[in-house]
Design a protein around this ligand. Structure first.
Ligand code: DOR
Length: 425
């Protein structure tokens, strides 16, 4: 089976390439990239006036399987990923049971193979049972195929355990992903601590809960020289701390979510629980600092933190609702609307943070378009507007603060290993 993608504008940040070309896909691989390839004998995709990029990679997805298949499954989550233009997603291990054993890693690979639309790369826990007490069997988990370790949802508060974990990931050459939050400070908070939380009478989570944790993690990263990745940054001070650490040579990488560079804590005034995320939405000065951090490469990656929750759960009062929103299907649109169309990032810079940068951090051979590489490709219309609606989400959960928004950047085709796994109708 050969597939010819005709006249698309190929943007490949791995080689800083931006030109209109034809791409011939043969089987699973990219066979040829050239200004003009003869169309006869191939199945055709007319990509004229469309943008072709390496398949997007999300290094922070919650798929909820095993344990909460009512919220999401590998099947539904990967369909949502394909619709959002993602060809590779990494699933977080805060499942039930948590992914802390090779048999569970195997289960995820098998289920993704059987029912998944896109590639799923499992992340395993740092600590056994995510309890923060003992290390998970990291060596065996690597052998089983995990691409990173994280206790996401919780910070590893025990500094000795974190030091040991960092020493192991250095040996294993895999990144450790930290959720920076000192629970002693954030306690039972439900939103950012500040003027809005005071007005609303909701318990706040101070920015320092993230910054204190991040400071300790940076110190241990410097000490161990291990590959540390900091998840979902949310404050201006966090960006500044990382900027300084990077300048001084600390081997740290970072990510930000689309909701943190799009929304502020003022949105919580609606009491819409789809504004309840962890870390919480912060102030406008934080949002601006995140954008600056993206621009000057302090922030390497844009990741969704896709966190599906049932309507019934999210419909509780603000204090009782769970943290998290779905993000796979709105990420690209928000990146284009909030970062590219505002001039905060060039399209090349934005796509790098969704492709080659996460691929490098995860040490996976993905995120680039070249002859001989696996044909994972995303084709989208940069200008075409579309409406975010519950009905059109492929995710099992609908908890998005962006329902009713009009976004640019409609994904038209998503291709994984030469196979069309999503096509817009
Ligand atoms: O908002 C969030 N939801 N943040 C997290 O760290 C965890 C996630 C979840 O699993 O629901």
């Amino acid at each position: 089976m050969s597939l010819l993608i005709k006249k698309g504008r190929l943007i490949d940040p791995a080689t800083n390439y931006d030109a209109v070309v034809d791409i011939l896909v043969d089987g699973e691989m990219i066979k040829k990239i050239a200004p003009k390839i003869n169309r006869s004998g191939h199945e055709l995709i007319d990509a004229a006036n469309k943008v072709v990029v390496p398949g997007l990679i999300d290094m922070h997805t919650h798929l909820r399987q095993p344990g909460r298949e009512d919220e999401e499954t590998i099947q539904s989550g990967t369909r949502a990923a394909a619709k959002g233009g993602f060809t590779t997603i990494c699933c977080m291990p805060n499942t039930d049971p948590p992914i802390d054993d090779p048999s569970l890693v195997e289960f995820i690979y098998r289920e993704a193979e059987r029912r998944g639309s896109v590639e799923v790369l499992p992340i395993a826990t740092i600590s056994k049972d995510r309890a923060g007490k003992d290390l998970s069997p990291m060596g065996r988990l690597k052998k089983a195929g995990v691409v990173a370790f994280s206790d996401d949802g919780d910070w590893v508060a025990d500094s000795h355990l974190m030091r040991r974990a960092l020493e192991y990931v250095k040996m294993l050459n895999l990144p450790l992903i930290s959720h920076c939050e000192d629970r002693g400070l954030s306690q039972d908070g439900v939103m950012n601590e500040g003027y809005t939380s005071t007005i609303l009478g909701l318990q706040g989570m101070p920015k320092e809960a993230e910054e204190v944790a991040l400071f300790r993690d940076l110190a241990l990263c410097k000490m161990t020289e291990s590959p540390l990745h900091l998840a979902h940054l949310s404050t201006a001070e966090s960006v500044e701390l990382i900027r300084k650490a990077k300048v001084s040579g600390v081997r740290v990488t970072t990510e930000v979510t689309p909701h943190h560079f799009t929304l502020t804590d003022r949105e919580v005034k609606s009491f819409d629980t789809n504004t309840k995320v962890n870390p919480p939405l912060r102030g406008s000065e934080d949002l601006e600092a995140l954008k600056e951090g993206l621009k000057d490469a302090t922030i390497d990656v844009i990741a969704t933190d896709h966190a599906p929750h049932l309507v019934e759960e999210k419909e509780k009062e603000y204090n009782a609702a769970p943290f998290g929103i779905v993000g796979l299907e709105t990420a690209l649109g928000l990146v284009i609307k909030e970062l590219v169309q505002t001039g905060a990032l060039t399209l090349m810079e934005a796509i790098a943070k969704l492709t080659i940068n996460p691929a490098r951090i995860l040490r996976i051979n993905r995120g680039l378009v070249k002859e001989g590489a696996k044909a994972n490709l995303t084709i989208f219309d940069l200008e075409k507007k579309w409406l975010v609606t519950e009905e059109e989400f492929f995710s099992k959960s609908k908890n998005s603060p962006f329902l009713g928004w009009e976004l640019p950047g409609k994904v038209e085709w998503t291709i994984v290993g030469g196979k069309v796994v999503y096509q817009d109708d």
